[in-house]
Ligand binder design. Structure first.
Ligand SMILES: Cc1cc2nc3c(=O)[nH]c(=O)nc-3n(C[C@H](O)[C@H](O)[C@H](O)COP(=O)(O)OP(=O)(O)OC[C@H]3O[C@@H](n4cnc5c(N)ncnc54)[C@H](O)[C@@H]3O)c2cc1C
Length: 399
C-alpha cells in the first residue's frame, strides 16, 4: 500500500511527478527533497536569458504550485538510499541528518556538469549548470575581453552566442571536425559553424586541450592546446557534457553505470516501488529499442509524469515511448530536433532555403529524428513520422 511517496530532486522531473501524483488522485503523503534551495527554475535559461541578462532570476524561477500538498525539504542533500530500510538519507544545510521513509520513491536528481579535468580549477574557469553558476559566469563575462569555451555542444555554443553579443572576443575549441557533428551530422555542423563565424566567433575544430595557463595573479590567462598555439583567455567555460546525479546512490546496490538503470516503464531495475525520470534515468525506450538517457527539458516533464503513474500502477504498459524534443537558441535563431539521431547512418537534407535548414536522420533506412533551424513548423510536423519510424523512401515521397 502506497501511503508515503518520496521525490528525490525537486526540479523539472520532480515537479512533474508531484503534479501527476495528485492529478492521478494519490492522496497520501508526498515528501520532496532537493539540495538546491532555489529549485525549480527554467534551467534552459541558465545559458540563455539569465546569462545574457535579458531575464533576471525572478523571471526564471518556477513558482511551486500551492495546491499540491507536498512537503518540500529544500537545502537537503541526499547522501544515501537504503533499500533494506526503504528510506532516503539526507544532510540539511545546518549539517543535521534526516531520514525519510518511503513506500514509493521517484528518483529525479538530474545531472551535473562534467568537472574541469585540467588540474586545479583556477579563478576565471567555469562550468555551467545552475543559476548560481550563471551568476558567477555572468559577472566574469562582464569584465572579460577574451573568452575561450572548451566544448562545442549546445551549452558551449549558446554561451558563445551570448558572449559574442556582449562584444567579447570568443573562441570555441571543439574536439570533433565540426561542432554538433557527432549529434547532428556534418551539414548541420557546418551550418552552425558558419552562423557563429558570421558573428565573429572563432571555432577551432579537432582541438584538444592540454591544460590551462595561470596568469601572475593565479587567475586563468589562457588555454594550452595539444600541438597548437596557446589561446589567451580572461574567462574559460568548460562545457564538456554532464554526469548523471547518482553520487548518493553509489552504495544502494542499484545499477547506476550511466544513470539509474530502468526498464521500459521507468521502474528501477532491482527495486520494487522505485522509479526514475529526467536526466538521471537510463530507460529502455521502446521507440528505439535501446537504453537511453536523455538530457532535454520536455523529456524530463513527460517522463516525470509517466514515472508517477508507474508508481501508482496507472501507466501505459507499453512503456515510456519517447521521441525526445529539444531546442537551442543562438543569435535569435531557434534550432529544434524531434527524436534521437544517435547512431544515424544517413542524414538527408529535406529543406535548405536561405537561413532555413531541415535535416532527417535515419538508420538502416528508417527515420530516427528530424532537426531544423528557423523551421519550427517543419520539425514539429515530422513528429508523427518519427514516432512511427517510417522508412526513408516513404518520407521522401511525403515531403
Ligand atoms: C545550461 C543548460 C541549458 C539547457 N538548455 C536546454 C534547452 O535549451 N532545451 C532543452 O530541451 N533542454 C535544455 N537543458 C536540459 C534541461 O534543463 C534538463 O533536461 C532538465 O533540467 C532536466 O530536469 P531534471 O529534473 O531531470 O534534472 P535537473 O534539472 O538537473 O534537476 C535535478 C534536481 O535534483 C537536485 N539534486 C541533484 N542531486 C541531489 C542530491 N544528491 N540531493 C538532493 N538534491 C539533488 C538538484 O539540485 C536539482 O534541483 C539545459 C540544461 C542546462 C544545464
Amino acid at each position: 500500500m502506497m501511503r508515503q511517496i518520496v521525490i528525490a530532486g525537486g526540479s523539472n522531473a520532480g515537479l512533474s511527478a508531484a503534479r501527476e501524483l495528485r492529478r492521478a488522485g494519490f492522496d497520501g503523503r508526498v515528501v520532496l527533497l532537493d539540495a538546491d534551495a532555489q529549485s525549480p527554475y527554467r534551467r534552459p535559461e541558465v545559458s540563455k536569458g539569465l546569462l545574457s541578462g535579458k531575464l533576471d532570476e525572478g523571471r526564471v524561477a518556477i513558482e511551486w504550485p500551492g495546491n499540491l500538498e507536498v512537503e518540500r525539504l529544500m537545502g537537503h542533500r541526499l547522501v544515501r538510499l537504503d533499500l533494506g530500510r526503504r528510506q532516503v538519507e539526507a544532510i540539511r544545510a545546518d549539517g543535521g541528518d534526516v531520514q525519510v521513509p518511503f513506500d514509493g520513491l521517484v528518483i529525479a536528481t538530474g545531472a551535473r556538469a562534467r568537472p574541469v579535468p585540467f588540474g586545479p580549477r583556477l579563478p576565471g574557469v567555469h562550468t555551467l549548470r545552475s543559476v548560481e553558476d550563471a551568476r558567477g559566469l555572468r559577472k566574469d563575462l562582464r569584465e572579460a575581453r577574451r573568452v575561450v569555451i572548451v566544448g562545442g555542444g549546445f551549452i558551449g555554443l549558446e554561451v558563445a552566442a551570448v558572449a559574442a553579443e556582449l562584444g567579447q572576443d570568443v573562441t570555441v575549441v571543439e574536439k570533433d571536425k565540426v561542432p554538433l557533428g557527432s549529434v547532428l551530422g556534418a551539414s548541420f555542423g557546418a551550418y552552425v559553424t558558419a552562423l557563429h563565424r558570421s558573428h565573429g566567433v572563432r571555432i577551432v575544430t579537432g582541438g584538444s586541450v592540454a591544460g590551462l595557463v595561470p596568469g601572475p595573479s593565479g587567475r586563468v590567462a589562457g588555454v594550452r592546446l595539444v600541438g597548437g598555439e596557446p589561446l589567451a583567455a580572461d574567462v574559460v567555460l568548460v562545457a564538456i557534457g554532464s554526469l548523471p546525479g547518482v553520487d548518493w546512490l553509489i552504495d544502494s546496490g542499484l545499477d547506476v553505470t550511466d544513470g539509474v538503470r530502468c526498464d521500459r516503464t521507468c521502474a528501477v531495475a532491482g527495486a520494487d516501488g522505485v522509479v526514475a525520470a529526467g536526466d538521471v534515468a537510463a530507460w529502455w525506450n521502446p521507440l528505439y529499442s535501446r537504453l537511453m538517457r536523455v538530457e532535454h527539458w520536455t523529456n524530463a516533464v513527460e517522463q516525470g509524469a509517466y514515472a508517477a503513474r508507474r508508481l501508482l500502477g496507472l501507466h501505459d504498459p507499453a512503456g515510456f515511448v519517447s521521441a525526445p524534443y529539444f531546442w537551442s537558441d543562438q543569435y535569435g535563431a531557434r534550432l529544434q530536433s524531434i527524436g534521437s539521431s544517435l547512431g544515424h547512418d544517413a542524414a538527408l537534407t529535406l529543406e535548405s532555403d536561405g537561413p532555413k535548414l531541415v535535416v532527417a536522420y535515419a538508420r538502416a533506412g528508417r527515420l530516427l529524428s528530424v532537426a531544423g533551424i528557423h523551421a519550427s513548423a517543419a520539425v514539429m510536423g515530422h513528429r508523427s513520422q518519427v514516432l512511427s519510424r517510417i522508412s526513408i523512401e516513404d518520407l521522401e515521397c511525403a515531403v
